[in-house]
Design a protein around this ligand. Structure first.
Ligand SMILES: C[S@@+](CC[C@H](N)C(=O)[O-])C[C@H]1O[C@@H](n2cnc3c(N)ncnc32)[C@H](O)[C@@H]1O
Length: 214
């Protein structure tokens, strides 16, 4: 990652991926914000969280472009979102700064730039641990989503692997309240000990509830 690959257009921070493409985030307008309005995605997440009037503490171990985190925030919950990529973190931090003025819910967000494996143990008391691994073996999905494709390229630039499935497996042996994992509809659950799933047309949320007393 080179400093000169970061640049501003209209006060929005961009990162140059190649001569042909760049990445930036803007929660105030454009495609990303429209995606938040897509009813299916939002209503599926609502179902996966369950009926809850109380404010929940959610740990998002795979922040990515923060779309899912923002859905949690819009529902009134508190989120600690963790993203390993320095590039994504910088671009998103810039987008949050601009969006904060318009959306109060960002006050309930703590956005951290780290490997989730290093900090998740301090967040095991969260009401929900959320994982949305990159779909490594589903190139079809990457093709469909230009944004995921760009995230994939950024991870390559930074030499980072998506290690969230391994983190899930470690955390699964510990004391947690509820884990939600987003999966492509046709792929297997990460554990056979799944409690139930909430399915849409192309994605599914697998829900794991702890059997320990908390
Ligand atoms: C499929 S994307 C998540 C998309 C996200 N749910 C959204 O709404 O945009 C997966 C993200 O998880 C991040 N990630 C994978 N392993 C991680 C780890 N160990 N620590 C922190 N972030 C990780 C990747 O860098 C990538 O940005």
């Amino acid at each position: 990652m080179k400093e000169e690959d970061f640049f501003y257009i209209n006060n929005i921070l961009h990162f140059k991926i190649s001569d042909k493409e760049s990445l930036s985030f803007d929660f105030l307008k454009g495609r990303l914000f429209n995606r938040l309005k897509r009813i299916e995605h939002e209503s599926l997440i609502k179902k996966a969280i369950g009926k809850n009037k109380a404010q929940l503490k959610i740990f998002d171990a795979t922040a990515g472009s923060l779309i899912d985190t923002i859905i949690f925030l819009k529902l009134g919950h508190k989120v600690v979102a963790c993203e390993q990529s320095k590039i994504l973190y910088r671009l998103l931090d810039d987008a949050i700064l601009r969006a904060k003025k318009e959306y109060d819910f960002f006050e309930n967000l703590s956005f951290i730039n780290s490997d989730s494996a290093k900090i998740i143990n301090s967040h095991l008391d969260s009401d929900i641990l959320y994982f949305d691994p990159m779909f490594n073996d589903s190139k079809k999905h990457l093709k469909r989503s230009g944004l995921l494709q760009k995230i994939d390229k950024i991870l390559n630039i930074e030499n980072l692997d998506d290690t969230s499935e391994e983190i899930f497996k470690k955390v699964f042996k510990k004391n947690f309240k509820k884990i939600i994992v987003k999966r492509p509809i046709k792929q297997k659950a990460l554990s056979t000990k799944i409690n139930y799933a909430v399915s849409g047309r192309s994605i599914r949320y697998d829900i794991y509830k702890n059997s320990f007393d908390s």
